[in-house]
Design a protein around this ligand. Structure first.
Ligand SMILES: *Cc1c(COP(=O)(O)O)cnc(C)c1O
Length: 367
C-alpha cells in the first residue's frame, strides 16, 4: 500500500467548468471570479470577498488595507509558513514574533501581551493545521490596545469557533487555494472582510492601484494580484464540496487519534472545546519517550510507503532574512523551536480510506 500526504480532489466537474471558461474566451478576471467571490462571501458569512492569485497576495493586500507600513510592528507567530512573516515585510513593516502554545501550536496570547510597543499596529494570528487561534484571549488583547487583527486562515477553510467561520474574527481574513489546501484553485487566494473600506482598498491594490471602475487612473501603488476565471471556475466547484472534504478529514483524524493516542511518546492533536478543527494537517508530536526520533519515524514511514512531512522544520525567526532584523537568535522562542523538532504531519486527506488509516496505525503501533 502507498499512502500520499496530500492530493487534491478533482473530478469531471472541474474539467467541465474549465472547458466552459476556455470556450468563452474570457480567461482573466471576469464574471466567473465575481461569482466565486459572491459564493465564497456567503460561505464565510461575510459581506465582502476579494479573490487574488495566492494566499501570500491575500495577506499582502490585507496588511495594506489595514494601513500598515514602514515603522509599524505586527505581532505574529514564528511557527507558520514563511509568507505569514514575508507579507509584513512586503509592506515595509516589522514582524514581531510571539511564542506559541505547546498544545495547539497557535500563537500564545500571554506572549503577545509582552511584545506590544507604541509601534504595534496589528496582530496576525494563524489558524495552524486547520484550528482557529485562541479568539477570546487574542481579541481581548487587540481590543484593549486598539490593535487590528489580520487572520491567516490559509489552512482553515470552513473551520469554526462556535457557529462562526474562520477568517471572520478580525478586521480582515485571508485564505490560500494552493493545490494542497482544503480546497484549491491550483494557485489562488481570497481576502474576506465586513468592511467596505477595506474591501475597496484590496480591490484597488490587486489591480495596479487603479480607481475602481476607471481605468488608467492610479490613486496608489498596486500590484497584479488578480485571479483568473479559469482558477475561479475550479474554485466554484471546490466550494460546493469543501464541507464534504472537511467531513472526511475530520473522520480520518478521529480514526488516527483513536489508534495512536495510547502509544507512549506520541501526542495526538488537541481539538479545543467549541472549535471545529478541519485538519488541513494531522500533526503529531514525537517526544523523547517514543522508540524513535521524529526524523527516524519519518524515514521509517517512508520505507513503509507512508508519506509524512515536518511543518515546519525552521521557525521563521531563524531564517536568514529575518535574522537580519537583528532582533532574533536561537532560543528566543523555545516552544516553537521545540515544536519544530518534534512535529510530524501524517496523511489525513479526503481521498484516504479506512484501509489507509488502519495501515498507518498498524505500522506506527508495531514500532
Ligand atoms: C499556504 C499558506 C500561505 C500562503 O499561501 P500561498 O497560496 O501558497 O501563497 C500563508 N500562510 C499559511 C499559514 C499557509 O499555510
Amino acid at each position: 500500500m502507498k499512502v500520499s500526504l496530500a492530493k487534491p480532489v478533482l473530478g469531471k466537474e472541474e474539467e467541465v467548468a474549465i472547458k466552459k471558461v476556455l470556450a468563452s474566451g474570457m480567461l482573466a478576471q471576469g464574471s466567473v471570479v465575481a461569482e466565486f467571490e459572491k459564493k465564497f462571501a456567503n460561505f464565510c458569512r461575510v459581506k465582502y470577498a476579494i479573490a487574488v492569485n495566492s494566499g501570500t497576495a491575500a495577506l499582502h493586500c490585507a496588511i495594506h488595507a489595514c494601513g500598515i507600513g514602514k515603522g509599524d510592528e505586527v505581532i505574529t507567530t514564528p511557527f507558520s509558513f514563511i509568507s505569514t512573516a514575508n507579507s509584513i515585510l512586503m509592506q515595509g513593516a516589522t514582524p514581531v514574533f510571539a511564542d506559541i502554545d505547546p498544545l495547539t501550536f497557535n500563537i500564545d496570547p500571554q506572549e503577545i501581551e509582552k511584545k506590544i510597543t507604541k509601534r504595534t499596529k496589528a496582530i496576525l494570528p494563524v489558524d495552524l493545521y486547520g484550528q482557529i487561534y485562541d479568539i477570546e484571549a487574542v481579541n481581548k488583547i487587540a481590543k484593549r490596545h486598539n490593535l487590528k487583527i489580520i487572520e491567516d486562515a490559509c489552512q482553515a477553510h470552513g473551520a469554526k469557533f462556535k457557529s462562526r467561520k474562520a477568517a471572520t474574527f478580525g478586521n480582515v481574513g485571508c485564505f490560500s487555494f494552493y493545490a494542497t489546501k482544503n480546497m484549491t484553485t491550483g494557485e489562488g487566494g481570497m481576502v474576506v472582510t465586513n468592511s467596505k473600506q477595506y474591501s475597496d482598498l484590496v480591490r484597488k491594490f490587486r489591480h495596479h492601484g487603479q480607481q475602481i471602475g476607471s481605468r488608467y487612473q492610479y490613486s496608489d501603488l498596486g500590484f497584479n494580484y488578480r485571479m483568473t476565471n479559469i482558477a475561479a471556475a475550479i474554485g466554484l466547484e471546490q466550494l460546493k464540496r469543501v464541507d464534504g472534504f472537511n467531513k472526511k478529514r475530520i473522520k480520518n483524524a478521529a480514526k488516527l487519534t483513536e489508534g495512536l493516542r495510547d502509544i507512549k511518546g506520541i501526542v495526538t492533536p488537541l481539538v479545543k472545546k467549541n472549535y471545529k478543527h478541519v485538519f488541513h494537517q494531522y500533526t503529531i508530536r514525537v517526544t523523547n519517550e517514543f522508540k524513535m526520533t521524529r526524523d527516524e519515524l519519518l524515514q521509517y514511514l517512508k520505507d513503509k510507503n507512508i508519506a509524512s512531512a515536518v511543518f515546519y522544520p525552521n521557525p521563521l525567526h531563524l531564517s536568514p532574512h529575518l535574522r537580519k532584523l537583528g532582533r532574533y537568535t536561537k532560543q528566543n522562542f523555545p516552544v516553537a523551536e521545540n515544536a519544530s523538532k518534534q512535529v510530524l504531519s501524517i496523511p489525513v486527506h479526503p481521498l484516504l480510506t479506512k484501509k489507509h488509516m488502519d495501515y498507518i496505525i498498524d505500522v506506527i503501533s508495531k514500532i
